[in-house]
Ligand binder design. Structure first.
Ligand code: PHE
Length: 356
């Protein structure tokens, strides 16, 4: 994106506030997108990676923050949606990481609770501990040792698994024997594969990082698919669990699955891709529905006193119920599942903060 696109991104976004801070010692940009505080303070993870441009980083933060607004609204929690991006320079020195995270904690503290963070792609509970040194109490998902609920990947995977079960039910497929292709064997994808195997599903995986694949091969019997072949591989359910934008005018015609159900944020490259999926009769679990488990479980454990078991139960039932409702309403109205989920989300936002 060019500089002009940066201006366009800022001017056309429907969110409330975009905070930017340039970290002079490292050359990293700290970006915080506060999309909506309609239901409460904005919550969303911190993504840390290098981007092609500042405009691309701003746009990613904006889109991810909107997704968090929808996740929190559907979770029934009194929080809004936001997201942070730490956009690293191409030459980032890893020795600077802890200092950068502490300075980011300072920025969070300055916002006084308007935005509360958690982990996301590129950050971990150990990173949350560093951010919380200055940013507490506005930091979710610290390590258990530091008093937090720890990693959000396990409950996220539990939620995706529940969503796959609900999708199988909607398609009239028994989960045992169903072929699920998991794209990305990272923190969520690898756990999802384990849950699917226990349930007797046939698992396939594609992963671009040989080290992640190696870790998986040690303890799992899955069919490995070349990343380039993932879209065109015959399966029942395609589960994108890596980065966003994977469902596009280019990939959707290649798909040979009956449903797409995965944890990656912002899976549709364009809004029109929802219609492309429907036209191909592929059932799509809207990404912010299927992936709300991490935030719901961690916030429930840290603010409502839920045990880990209770959090997982609530994640499974919230996603099963919401997805079943979305599928039914899409079927009855002829709308895409994306439009059906959007309508449900807008009703929750219009209702205002839930009373817990
Ligand atoms: N990365 C999580 C998501 O995208 C955000 C999150 C995790 C927020 C844990 C709070 C606690 O949904």
């Amino acid at each position: 994106m060019t500089d002009m696109a940066l201006e366009t991104a800022l001017a056309t976004w429907d969110g409330e506030l975009m905070v930017s801070h340039y970290d002079h010692p490292t050359g990293a940009w700290m970006l915080i997108a506060v999309h909506s505080t309609r239901l409460g303070p904005a919550v969303g993870g911190t993504r840390m990676k290098a981007y092609a441009s500042l405009a691309a980083a701003v746009h990613d933060a904006q889109q991810l923050a909107a997704g968090m607004t929808y996740k929190l609204a559907l979770s029934g929690l009194p929080y809004g949606g936001g997201k942070a991006v730490l956009a690293l320079p191409p030459t980032f020195d890893p020795a600077q990481r802890a200092l950068l995270l502490r300075r980011f904690g300072h920025l969070i503290a300055q916002l006084g609770g308007l935005y509360r963070t958690g982990p996301d792609v590129g950050t971990s509970p150990a990173d949350m501990d560093l951010i919380a040194e200055i940013g507490a109490p506005y930091v979710f998902s610290r390590t258990v040792g530091a008093g937090g609920a720890g990693d959000s990947a396990p409950p996220t995977a539990v939620g995706v698994f529940a969503g796959i079960q609900a999708t199988c039910a909607a398609l009239g497929l028994p989960l045992a024997g169903t072929r699920v292709l998991v794209q990305g064997a990272g923190s969520v994808g690898s756990r999802l594969l384990a849950l699917l195997q226990v349930a007797g599903a046939q698992t396939l995986v594609s992963e671009t990082d040989p080290a992640a694949l190696q870790r998986l091969r040690l303890d799992a019997s899955v069919t490995v698919i070349e990343p380039a072949a993932a879209y065109a591989t015959d399966c029942d359910i395609f589960a994108p669990c890596a980065l966003g934008g994977v469902l596009s005018a280019e990939t959707i015609p290649q798909l040979r699955c009956r449903a797409v159900v995965g944890s990656a944020n912002n899976q549709l490259a364009q809004p029109a891709d929802a219609e492309r999926l429907r036209a191909r009769n592929i059932l799509y679990a809207p990404d912010y529905v299927i992936s709300l488990g991490g935030a719901l479980a961690i916030i429930g454990q840290e603010t409502l006193g839920w045990s880990r078991e209770e959090a997982e139960r609530r994640v499974a039932s919230a996603i099963t119920q919401t997805l079943t409702e979305v599928y039914a309403s899409a079927r009855d109205t002829g709308a895409t599942t994306t439009a059906a989920a959007q309508a449900l989300t807008e009703r929750r936002l219009a209702d205002g903060p839930p009373s817990l």
